[in-house]
Each structure stands twice: as structure tokens, then as C-alpha cells.
Design a protein around this ligand. Structure first.
Ligand code: FAD
Length: 227
């Protein structure tokens, strides 16, 4: 489906990380964890061109489509155009698509996030809570600094849902095999989700497979374009 989202609000989540809120007529439902493809024509686009995919970091019941992204020091022309976009602007989007979704909330899940790769997890967690489902999830969340995006919401969820656990890792500290084993003593049981920059997702996919996690228990969400 094609849509014409209207930008209604921008919000700084953390230094250089912003959420953009869009009203999208006709898009009232999606599965948390899915994404949209946005087209943003602008003058002199670079070789990365004028479209990008972004996970919907909001939940249908919030009544708004939210994308959350970082502005790099030398960012693409697309990102510059997005960050300069005036409130009220109308752009193009297509979707929603993707199967980085939770099928059975009763099962145990291990969510691994790198940086802005937290976006699908916010949507999934808040949706499960809204639907009164259990949050049978351990979230292992790595970031380059202490400014973890969505931390207040994640901490609130962990306080109100004892079955939900979140552990933070600030670079150079990384998620090690031992952290994964502590969260999942039986590696054959949980469903593992990996979301973040493409190189990080590749490394942890290999780690999980080497540890003996069944391939069919690993779900991936690659964010290309980040190093
Ligand atoms: C399914 C899916 C979901 C996604 N969800 C999200 C999401 O929720 N949030 C999110 O932030 N991203 C998400 N992404 C990734 C997103 O689509 C972009 O690829 C990513 O944000 C990088 O954006 P950018 O290419 O504009 O580079 P930037 O963010 O502007 O820059 C990233 C790095 O690339 C360098 N760079 C920038 N332009 C160029 C260039 N022309 N040539 C060489 N190097 C360059 C920069 O210096 C910087 O080091 C998702 C991708 C997919 C496929």
C-alpha cells in the first residue's frame, strides 16, 4: 500500500537521535516490528538516493506512525533532508512489511539490540503490554554511550512486568556469550531476535549458531548503511 504521511512532530530521544511522528491517513494497523519505505525527493541526492526503510517504532494504539533514527556527523543527503523537513510536510511511504514480529508471546524470547536497533522492540513490547500478553522477554541492549533510546519506557516496563528483564551494555562493554547463556540457560528453547547495524547482526547471528542455537530460532532485522 502507498501512503502520504504528514509530519506532525519531531522529538529528540537522545543526542543526535530523533523520532519523527507522522499522521498517515488509511494506515491504522500494522504488526509491531514491521517497517515502511519512505521516499523523500530532495535536491542533489547522493549515491544512496532518495528512499530508506525505517521500522515503525510506535504501536497502532498510539494512533501515530513514528520513526526513530540517528543523524551521523557526515550524514547522507536523505538524512539531512529528513532532519530539515518542516512540520506539516507530506512525503511518500509504502508498506507496512516485514516478519520481525512476535508470533507466540507465551514462548521465551531473547531480544538483542545494537543502538537504534531498539526500534522494533519498543513497538513489540508496548503492544504486548497493551494486549495484556506476558512479556516473556530478556532484552540485551548495547549502545555506544549511556544515552539509551527509550530507556525510561524500558525501565518502566521492567518494573511493572517482573517477567521482563533488560540489561544495558555501554561500549566498549559488549554482550558476551556468558550474558546470552545467563539469559537462556537452555539455548534450544527461546526465540532469539537480533536488530541493529548490519555488521553487528551478522556477528551475533554467527555467535548464536556457533553456540548451538537452532537456525529456525533466530530472527534478524538488518539496518544497512550503518558501520
Ligand atoms: C527493514 C529495515 C528497517 C530499518 N529501520 C531503521 C530504524 O528504525 N532506524 C534507523 O535509524 N535505521 C533503520 N534502518 C536503516 C535505514 O534504512 C538506513 O539505512 C540507516 O539509517 C542509514 O541511513 P543513511 O544511509 O541515510 O546513512 P546515515 O545515517 O546518514 O550515515 C550512516 C553512516 O554512513 C556514512 N554515509 C552517509 N552517506 C554516505 C554515502 N553517500 N556514502 C558513503 N557513506 C555515507 C555516514 O558518514 C555514517 O558513517 C532500517 C533498514 C531496514 C532495511
Amino acid at each position: 500500500m502507498k501512503f502520504n504521511p504528514t509530519l506532525t512532530r519531531k522529538f529528540e530521544e537522545a543526542p543526535n537521535t530523533f523520532s519523527f511522528f507522522f499522521e498517515i491517513e488509511g494506515l491504522t494497523s500494522w504488526q509491531p516490528g514491521q517497517f515502511l519505505r519512505y521516499t523523500l525527493p530532495h535536491d542533489n541526492p547522493d549515491d544512496r538516493r532518495t528512499y530508506r526503510w525505517f521500522t515503525i517504532s510506535s504501536v497502532p494504539h498510539e494512533g501515530v506512525v513514528r520513526l526513530t533514527t540517528r543523524l551521523a556527523p557526515e550524514s547522507s543527503t536523505f538524512k539531512q533532508a529528513l532532519f530539515d523537513l518542516p512540520i506539516g510536510s507530506v512525503i511518500e511511504a509504502e508498506g507496512p512489511k516485514g516478519d520481525f514480529t512476535v508470533d507466540n508471546p507465551v514462548e521465551n524470547h531473547i531480544f538483542i539490540a545494537g543502538g537504534v536497533g531498539i526500534t522494533p522492540y519498543r513497538a513489540i513490547l508496548l503492544d504486548l503490554e497493551h494486549r495484556g500478553e506476558p512479556l516473556n522477554i530478556t532484552l540485551l541492549y548495547m549502545n555506544g554511550d549511556q544515552d539509551f533510546v527509550f530507556k525510561p519506557e524500558l525501565d518502566r516496563l521492567a518494573k511493572s512486568h517482573p517477567e521482563f528483564k533488560v540489561k544495558y551494555f555501554i561500549s566498549p562493554e559488549q554482550i558476551e556469550e556468558e550474558d546470552i547463556r545467563q539469559s537462556a540457560p537452555d539455548l534450544q528453547k527461546p526465540i532469539f531476535y537480533l536488530s541493529g547495524p548490519e555488521p553487528m547482526v551478522e556477528v551475533y547471528e554467527k555467535t548464536l549458531l556457533d553456540m548451538g542455537v537452532p537456525n529456525e530460532h533466530i530472527k534478524l532485522d538488518y539496518f544497512p548503511g550503518y558501520e
